[in-house]
Ligand binder design. Structure first.
Ligand SMILES: NC(=O)c1ccc[n+]([C@@H]2O[C@H](COP(=O)([O-])OP(=O)(O)OC[C@H]3O[C@@H](n4cnc5c(N)ncnc54)[C@H](O)[C@@H]3O)[C@@H](O)[C@H]2O)c1
Length: 252
């Protein structure tokens, strides 16, 4: 039986670990050919070897590299159907604590990268007959904290940037859909290490869990399944939308 994304060529940033790795596995299981990129070459190559996919080194903040990556995908596969802009960093700090440099760094990695990825990929996706772009925002774009000034606002910007690009694609009638995803707290290795680095990890784990009204953190598959849906033609009427999968965090 054909998979839900059979025959689709997917480029996914930040695929070495966490949600990107889980989404790659889920997309492959449904028949996609996935190319992962990551700034961490050791982890990127290890994940690609483990999953049996291609890996391209990439810093998503580098515009020239974006153009080269898209050209490499076109040279090897002749098309691009799905772009998953997953790579991001979390920068902690309140307005008082965070330096202007760190604030800008968060925006460069979390927002500029999505602008560049969409700008580089849309022409090839258009030549491929259309496609789907999935931009990673976060429930942190809705539910803010005094100590996440940069990350909260950057992830909110991703939602609005996504809407603008979606309307552009609709106006062009190029067949490219663009949506954002807003996960709640998901138990990735990254989140595990944040918990482990706090003075009282058990208390932090409990606080992270109850922040979601359904009383637990999410699992990576909760988001991987959403990415498969958005990558697939099942979501063909969805564009410009923020997909909130957060155990109720945004509405609490
Ligand atoms: N884990 C969560 O609880 C959670 C919740 C909401 C949203 N998100 C979002 O989901 C996405 C994935 O989160 P995760 O927890 O799996 O993150 P992660 O830190 O585990 O993985 C992110 C990957 O991006 C890569 N990366 C970082 N900077 C890069 C750069 N400049 N160029 C290329 N690659 C780079 C890292 O090497 C890493 O492999 C992010 O956009 C994150 O903001 C995560």
């Amino acid at each position: 039986m054909a998979g839900r994304v059979s025959g689709k060529v997917v480029l996914l940033t930040g695929g070495a670990m966490g949600l990107g790795k889980a989404a790659t596995k889920a997309l492959q299981a449904e028949g996609a050919t996935v190319i992962i990129t990551d700034i961490d070459e050791v982890a990127g190559r290890a994940t690609a070897a483990e999953l049996g996919c291609d890996y391209l080194p990439q810093d998503v903040t580098d515009w020239e590299r974006w153009q080269a990556v898209i050209a490499e995908v076109e040279a090897k596969h002749g098309r691009l159907d799905v772009l998953v802009n997953n790579a991001a960093i979390t920068v902690f700090g309140s307005i008082a604590d965070i330096s202007p440099e760190d604030f800008k760094r968060c925006y460069t990695v979390d927002v500029d990268s999505i602008f560049m990825g969409c700008k580089a990929a849309i022409p090839l996706m258009t030549r491929s007959g259309g496609g789907s772009i999935v931009n990673f925002s976060s429930a942190a774009g809705n539910k803010v904290s005094p100590d996440l000034a940069a990350y909260n606002s950057a992830k909110a910007a991703v939602v609005t940037l996504t809407k603008s690009i979606a309307l552009y694609c609709a106006r062009e009638q190029n067949g490219v859909r663009v949506n954002s995803v807003q996960p709640g707290t998901i138990l990735t290795p990254n989140v595990e290490s944040v918990i482990a680095g706090t003075p009282d990890p058990d208390a932090t784990r409990a606080a992270f869990s109850v922040a979601q009204p359904i009383g637990r953190m999410g699992e990576v598959d909760d988001i991987a399944h959403l990415v498969v849906y958005l990558a697939s033609d099942e979501s063909k009427f969805a564009t410009g939308a923020p997909f909130i999968v957060d155990g109720g965090l945004s509405i609490a």
